[in-house]
Design a protein. Structure first.
Length: 401
């Protein structure tokens, strides 16, 4: 593995560790503030709101200063926002302060995500083969590590602010250790005048629509799994994180195998098959409260369903991002900004929608809406990269400073 690839992979790991630590603390925040599903939905809504606001400047910043400089800046801002989340737990902050902190986390995390995936695209072009799945696999692996840490902390009674502080220290060390090896922007990412957002071509528009559905469903799975275990299953504290761990483990496994499957069977077939797996897994988990099972089999069935859904969701985003990074209609950063904006439009509506539907019916029905929605991706034509019969990208030499 080259030093550039290792440096980008380290930042994927950093983001996964911090993101999953925060995500696994959502149910702790719910209990701390005494929120019902509707107010929790609005708290989670502030995340996509901040994320969408950041799209206004993310592409311009990346085009002006380059993805490398933006990644460094966004890492600092993201870790500072995470420190703000730790302060929220320590000070038992008010609901508006929680919303503001969540919005800042999402906004800085989005800039981190765009610049990091642009850097991954640079490494992928220089490698001359599809490796995007491996980067996202590392992200998922660190999500799993954070999930296991959350489960262990629940058993040991470690408060969420302690977990956040430990993760912050690790993240700072990782960032400083790999900073100097981050790749410089190549001609495709740094070409002057290509940072402006343009109208997408038809192919990129389809990728954007797919991202909207996939990321909405991903948010429904990751953000609400702990709440589902606590409220719908009545799981004891030590078992509340099982679903989150199952999703993280199977997502990591699925992403490590994604690139070989895409190269062998084509991105379209993998995308459609994995979309079906997500729907099947969610249906299995969400139906479990209605089967009259005893407590342990109930939790095990839901955990198995969430594991299937996690494996299914694993390859969808890497396929979309790999395709986006190779577009020729605009710069990689601008294309990622467009696809990201479409994707996070799904995140924007998913939390309040689930909260409102759950308030009117129940959480299983609310999450089931998104299980049905992901089925549309099984019939959506995705012209993925590295499909069988499609010419592969050729290696690109590193840009001289």
């Amino acid at each position: 593995m080259s030093s550039e690839r290792a440096a980008v992979a380290a930042h994927f790991a950093l983001l996964g560790l911090v993101c999953a630590t925060w995500g696994s603390s959502i149910d702790d925040a719910k209990l701390l503030l005494g929120l019902d599903e509707r107010k929790l939905g609005w708290l989670l809504f502030s995340g996509p709101a901040g994320c969408l606001a950041s799209f206004a400047f993310a592409s311009a910043l990346t085009a002006k200063f380059g993805s490398r400089s933006c990644l460094i800046l966004s890492t600092i801002l993201y870790l500072a926002s995470t420190a703000g989340g730790m302060v929220c737990f320590l000070s038992r902050a008010s609901f508006p302060f929680w919303c503001a902190t969540t919005a800042c986390l999402a906004a800085t995390g989005n800039l981190f995500n765009i610049s990091m995936n642009t850097q991954a695209g640079i490494v992928e072009r220089r490698a001359g083969r599809t490796i995007m799945g491996s980067f996202h696999a590392i992200f998922s692996l660190m999500c799993l590590v954070a999930s296991v840490g959350a489960v262990s902390a629940s058993y040991l009674g470690v408060p969420p602010e302690c977990r956040l502080s430990a993760v912050l220290v690790i993240a700072v060390v990782v960032h400083l250790s790999f900073l100097r090896w981050l790749p410089k922007d190549d001609d495709m990412a740094a070409k002057p005048g290509r940072g402006r957002l343009r109208l997408p071509d038809a192919q990129l528009l389809v990728v954007g629509l797919a991202a909207l559905v996939v990321i909405a469903c991903e948010g429904a799975i990751n953000n609400w799994v702990g709440v589902f275990y606590h409220d719908s299953l009545g799981a004891p504290p030590g078992q509340v994180k099982w679903g989150y761990c199952a999703v993280g483990a199977m997502t990591a496994l699925g992403r490590f195998s994604a690139d070989p499957l895409v190269n062998r069977y084509g991105a379209g077939k993998v995308f459609h098959s994995y979309s079906l797996l997500v729907a099947i897994g969610m249906a299995t988990a969400l139906s479990s409260p209605f089967l009259g099972l005893s407590p342990l089999p109930l939790v095990l069935m839901a955990t198995g369903g969430y594991g299937i859904a996690g494996f299914g969701i694993s390859a969808l985003v890497p396929i979309l991002y790999s395709k986006t990074n190779k577009t020729t209609s605009m710069s990689a950063a601008s294309a990622l900004t467009f696809v990201g904006a479409m994707g996070f439009a799904g995140s924007f509506m998913v939390s309040p929608a689930i909260g409102c539907i759950a308030n009117a019916t129940n959480l299983s029905v609310a999450l089931g809406v998104f299980a049905a929605l992901i089925l549309t991706c099984a019939f959506l034509r995705i012209d993925g990269t590295a499909c069988r019969g499609e010419p592969r990208c050729t290696p690109v030499a590193p840009r001289k400073p």
